[in-house]
Design a protein around this ligand. Structure first.
Ligand code: CTP
Ligand code: MG
Length: 556
């Protein structure tokens, strides 16, 4: 295993280089093929993947002189970009102009000598910088400038928003404060690339790709990193069988089902990540889930990671969300605002449970935008009708076909402002017939509920699934109550009128900022009710039993 680990993490295998060169070439072509100024998700990912493969992650000391550090690195090759960030210490991400730069740097890196502990000699692109000289120049004491990797605290956001002059500006400003930065996005791809090096011990031609909010345009700083171990590059490559003569094929081990093959693969990769993966901690194998996955924390980046395999539908749904987000800027603005609003009121949570998920909320926003008159975004069925032959995609019997060429999509001219849309969103879901109807972005129209569940949102591609199956009645009621409250607040002139802000003074909370303050209804009342009800019922029972001179009721 050791030999194989070393062999495959070497960045110079000729096959690897060709694959990368071809991918980068395709990316260059795709970027120039940009339609309507929209970069395709595929091109964007290929570009980021290329950057990630030329990058290293270095644990850094603030005392070290930045110029000296760069001079040291430049000996190995040209540096395209570098930046620092803080996560339990300072880290530097350094992107070289070519993979040779990385290889040369790794060549020089030493295996640490530790006397009392044994080390797994797995060499990766996660390194530590040692300073063997005496103190550096004193002007470096403050350390390098670090790029933020987390969102601003909610109180700070409320203050920032209150300084804006309109609700539209508040919504835009919230998106800007919350969305992933260029650096954070690069770091996500770098973590994928580092994991690929680990998985490559078993599958040298594999790829690890991000999906979900890390790449669909709706990611907030600090969101989890969803990844797919993609082995299609190996198994999907069909070489033409010659008509005559000899030919060879690989002998492969058979598994009982695709699911059990996925479980076995994730199990061994999980073991490898756990035992040998630098910086990877708390590995959990969640192999019996509908979609088997590995969950762990990547400490140097601070990302909570979910690694799945054989999850092609999720790639399609990521592409679809990205496309919707690119069609009209109001889509992303509204999704960011609703997600932030929901998180502040505890409608969504980072802990899995009966809460509405961010993904469900996103689909709800998309559905709402399809229901505007005229619609702001088209239905999924319409996107399917526009698809060309190359867009055809059927995954495990699910039709995942939709158009990829943005220029084929004609949008209707809806001129509603963000303020109007936000208000209408709350109004729409405050009165939505959840008990009878299902939310369906494929048809762009509510459908009769096919099964009993408080909230039914049809999965866009696996149409027999309910995206929000986990949501219970209480959580849905809280969501509806908060929609009613927020809609009401936006109708009040005290909330909806901009308060003039004077530089240096404390801004008066107004507009969207008011909606982020603790709620008067669902939040506080809901919580109180839950805590008080059992006690009050018990006390009432006790009083009644005393009155009637009976035995107190038994504890339930
Ligand atoms: N997904 C899905 N069906 C679900 C849950 C998730 O198809 N019931 C897919 C979606 O493509 C989603 C991705 O898995 O985008 C990742 O799921 P998750 O991490 O829960 O959602 P994100 O969109 O990444 O949002 P967050 O920022 O909360 O991580
Ligand atoms: Mg996610």
């Amino acid at each position: 295993l050791r030999t194989s680990l070393k062999l495959h993490t070497s960045l110079h295998t000729s096959a690897g280089t060709n694959v990368v060169a071809a991918r980068e070439e395709r990316a260059r072509k795709d970027v120039t093929d940009e339609k309507d100024g929209h970069k395709s998700l595929y091109a964007l990912q290929a570009e980021r993947q290329g950057q990630a493969e030329r990058s290293v992650l270095i644990s850094y000391h603030s005392r070290i002189n930045e110029k000296k550090f760069l001079k040291y690195l430049s000996k190995h090759g040209d540096i395209n970009k570098y930046y620092f960030y803080e996560s339990y210490g300072i880290y530097a991400v350094v992107e070289f102009g070519s993979r040779e730069g990385v290889a040369s740097l790794l060549e020089e890196a030493a295996i640490p000598s530790v006397n009392h502990e044994a080390m797994v000699p797995f060499k990766s692109r996660l390194l530590s910088l040692r300073n063997l000289c005496s103190a550096d120049s004193p002007n470096q004491q403050s350390g390098p400038q670090c790029q933020p990797q987390t969102t601003v605290p909610i109180n700070q956001l409320i203050q920032t928003l209150s300084k804006e002059g309109s609700i539209d500006q508040q919504v835009t400003s919230l998106t800007e404060a919350y969305q992933l930065t260029e650096e954070n996005s690069r770091l996500r791809f770098l973590v994928c690339s580092l994991l690929k090096d680990i998985a490559a011990a078993y599958f040298p031609e594999c790829t690890v790709r991000p999906f979900g909010s890390s790449v669909n345009g709706f990611g907030k700083l600090g969101c989890d990193l969803d990844m797919i171990l993609d082995l299609d590059g190996i198994s999907g490559r069909k070489t033409k069988m010659p008509r005559s003569g000899l030919s060879l094929e690989y002998q492969l081990k058979r598994a009982n089902s695709e699911r059990s093959a996925t479980q076995s693969i994730l199990s061994v990769i999980g073991e490898c990540v756990d035992q040998f993966g630098p910086g990877c901690v708390g590995v959990q194998k969640i192999l019996n889930a509908r979609c088997p996955l590995l969950r762990f924390a990547h400490q140097p980046s601070g990302f909570q990671c979910d690694l799945t395999a054989n999850n092609r539908v999720a790639i399609k749904s990521t592409e679809l969300l990205y496309l919707y987000g690119e069609l009209d800027p109001r889509v992303r603005h509204l999704v960011f605002t609703v997600r932030c609003w929901a998180r502040t009121h505890g409608i969504t949570s980072s802990i899995p449970g009966a809460w509405i998920s961010n993904f469900s909320l996103t689909v709800m926003v998309l559905f709402f935008l399809q229901r505007r008159s005229p619609p702001i975004i088209p239905t999924l069925d319409h996107l399917k009708d526009l698809a060309g032959p190359a867009d055809k995609s059927v995954i495990e019997g699910n039709d995942c076909t939709f158009v990829s060429d943005f220029s084929k999509i004609q949008l209707e001219s809806n001129t509603e402002t963000l303020e109007q849309l936000l208000h209408e969103f709350f109004e729409f879901y405050a009165t939505f017939p959840f008990s009878k109807m299902s939310i369906n972005i494929r048809k762009g129209k509510e459908q009769n509920k096919p099964e009993v569940a408080p909230l039914h949102i049809q999965n866009p591609f696996e149409i027999s699934l309910n995206v929000s199956k986990n949501v219970n009645a209480t959580q849905l009621e809280r969501f509806v109550a908060l929609c009613q409250e927020s809609s009401w607040l936006l109708q009040q002139s005290e909330t909806s009128t901009p308060r003039g802000y004077k530089e240096g003074s404390t801004p008066t909370t107004w507009g969207l900022a008011t909606l982020l303050l603790p709620s008067q209804v669902a939040g506080i009342k809901g919580r109180k009710k839950r805590r008080l009800e059992p006690a009050s019922v018990r006390i009432k029972g006790l009083l009644e039993s005393l009155k009637n001179n009976q035995n107190p009721p038994k504890k339930s």
